[in-house]
Design a protein around this ligand. Structure first.
Ligand code: ZN
Length: 274
């Protein structure tokens, strides 16, 4: 019997058929070098062509976005995340009213917690927020509000995505966030700039959210769930706004995650501080 051959054209067709177009802006953010390095290992397409050789793609073909594709395993490092220094973040204040001092399970459970376990064991749920502020209020303004008005030690979110899809580093991902009351341990807080009770997030911002979600899932494989802020605190907030919240179940499916709060693990269980 003749061995099945997967041509590059068939490979590309399968990529487009599986919604690869949504990943295109992602690819421009993925490092070209990393993409090259991964080409002969395990590209996404391999799952669709089991038992066949997806072939290799030469560097010059990477210059054409129509024939590039994302490495199978995305990493945060491969995204052009704008670092804190670039948006002039101030240093965390560990004497802040709401996160006063360093975490201690007995004496200061609300303190500043830098996870000691590997993040792959700790992180379980991505929580999506909107800023509910004018678009002119970016990471620096949010950090100021969180620190000066809410008494947090730092900006509460781990990542910020602006209206043109740029991703900013927020609170270091090794550190517990301050974004979803009572559910910050083991969750990753991502805020999209805008008020999505009133407007709809632009496509490019949603693509960035999906990209970031994919990388987080790839990098931290205990992340099983994605939810909106209001799924955790329906009595308290409408965040991330009805026009974003309604998109999240489908986004979860696209990312291979479950939608909702069931993946959340209490700090006592997660951190073994019974
Ligand atoms: Zn929120």
């Amino acid at each position: 019997m003749q061995k099945p051959q997967t041509t590059r054209r068939a490979l590309l067709r399968s990529l487009f058929a599986t919604g690869m177009t949504l990943f295109m802006p992602v690819i421009t953010q993925c490092s070209r070098k990393r993409a090259l390095e991964s080409l002969n290992t395990t590209p996404y397409a391999e799952e669709k062509t089991e038992g066949t050789n997806p072939g290799t793609i030469k560097e010059d073909e990477l210059n054409n976005p129509a024939v590039t594709y994302c490495p199978r395993k995305c990493t945060l490092e491969s995204l052009n995340i704008i670092p804190r220094a670039e948006w002039k973040a101030v240093e965390p204040n560990l004497e802040a009213a709401e996160e006063n001092g360093v975490y201690d399970p007995q004496t200061n459970p609300a303190g500043w917690l830098v996870y000691t376990q590997p993040l792959t064991e700790v992180l379980n749920t991505i929580i999506v927020h909107h800023s509910a502020l004018p678009l002119s209020d970016g990471p620096l303004e949010i950090q100021y509000k969180h620190m000066k008005q809410k008494g947090f030690a730092d900006i509460g979110y781990n990542f910020i995505i602006d209206e043109v899809g740029q991703i900013y580093e927020g609170r270091n991902i090794n550190t517990r966030g301050a974004h979803t009351g009572g559910h910050n341990t083991g969750t990753v807080g991502i805020v999209l700039l805008g008020n999505f009770e009133e407007t709809t997030p632009p496509e490019i911002q949603l693509v960035a959210l999906k990209t970031l979600g994919q990388c987080l899932k790839d990098e931290f494989n205990n992340i099983t769930h994605l939810a909106g802020h209001r799924d955790f605190q329906p009595e308290v907030t409408v965040c991330p706004g009805k026009n974003l919240e309604t998109l999240l179940p489908n986004l979860s499916i696209e990312l291979g995650l479950d939608f909702g709060i069931e993946g959340y693990i209490s700090p006592q269980l997660l951190l073994n501080t019974q």
